[in-house]
Design a binder for this molecule. Sequence first.
Ligand code: NOJ
Ligand code: CA
Length: 500
Amino acid sequence: MWWQSAVIYQVYPRSFADANGDGIGDLEGVRSKLGYLRDLGVDAIWLSPFYRSPMIDGGYDVSDHRAVDPMFGTLSDLDGLIADARAHGLRVIVDLVPNHYSTEHPWFVDALAAGPGSPARERFHFRPGDGPPNDWQSIFGGPAWTQVPDGEWYLHLFDSSQPDLNWQNPEVHAEFEAILRFWLDRGVDGFRVDVAHGLVKAAGLPDLGTERTHMFDTSGTPYFDQDGVHEIYRAWRKILDSYPGDRMAVAEAWVPSPERVARYVRPDELHQAFNFDYLTAPLRAADLRRVIDASLAACATVGAPPTWVLGNHDTVRPVTRYGSLGRARAAALLMLALPGSAYVHQGEELGLPEVDLPVEVRRDPALARSGHSRDGCRVPLPWSGAAAPYGFGGAPTWLPQPDAWAGLSVEAQTGDPESTVELYRAALRIRRSSWAGSGALRWLDPPAPEVLAFTREPGLVCVANLGSEPMTLDGRPILASGPLNDDGTLPPDTTAWLAV
Ligand code: NOJ
Ligand code: CA
């Protein structure tokens, strides 16, 4: 199946390419760059939300899950994009946001109007009371409850503009099954399921008992990773399987261990889950080896392909997180050698760093609630030219691009063998041609503790030198994340691929 070893490229439509010149990326912009993505060598794109939305949480606040927001274009633009992607040999997966709607969704508008005790309120979590009904905190900070004028409170695990849906209500199940079919009928190859671990809450909404809000720290909470979520995915799997053409779904489930993650990808549930343990691991040999082994073992227990990811629109860009472009390149070449599927966040292939944006231009609703914002990894991509908007489209762009990005544009990097985009192109070409994903990983004895070395059947060796000393290679690399030393040794913070 295509997804078992696919490289899936995350497009954040607002920041990818702007076709109509308003400074905001759009679907026609994505469509115009499909040739770039095909030549980059990815297998599929995952489109972050383009649905109708007030865009308070970047489109993860959906007000109509069957409509394209006018900011991004029209449904027929999307049809055109899917058709063109197919013609370019690219699959398309779309985001699905089932944990919450926007307060502007007609269901929530109706619920407010219909008042306490109404069936319309049963689609969300409304409770009476003088204060918040329990001690839960929003992931973005502050209480997870907001009071409406008639005195009731509604639950929102994220922003107050994102009321949580009540998955105890059969209407919610029916609605999302219809939404799945709507997009499957339009030809999408799959879904990325937002907050897949959050849909079902513990009965009675019991107190957590401590203050904990972090997206990553979910163990033992009454609102994440409840057993009931798995029934939902079993029902969705049946729907996906009833369509021709290997449709799939990938879970965004921040759960405490690879074993808990594996529960989302049992044979009758979703197909993949993001490997956030890998994303959050330090770039050190022992940590990575531990995560890789644990991920492979947990996936093997359920027969699911492993996945790997270095970043997304919620996390600090690898160049900044790992401390240098060289380390991010080493991490990328290591990830792309692992068995299974890899997710690449747009701009990683350009080596973009996190942008330190002034507070007044930041848009993330988490900023006001927590003081932390995710905007720095969401800055519009540089495509060409010496000054902003670097070929992105109109100016000003919705988030400002740094002055120093001219050298990072696709145009500036293309054809330069030392550039990051050419490193990705070469890596994806090799990955495709000789050993695409199915071969097993076998660890080799590392010559030093800070080195990771493994073979991939049939014939590739990957060596990542994460230590501080150069190391001797057993052969000449077919690709390396940075220049070798004059004596042929592999410098620190460099990964090499060798053919055996
Ligand atoms: C995860 C998404 O990736 C993030 O951007 C969003 O804020 C939350 N889910 C809420 O939908
Ligand atoms: Ca636009």
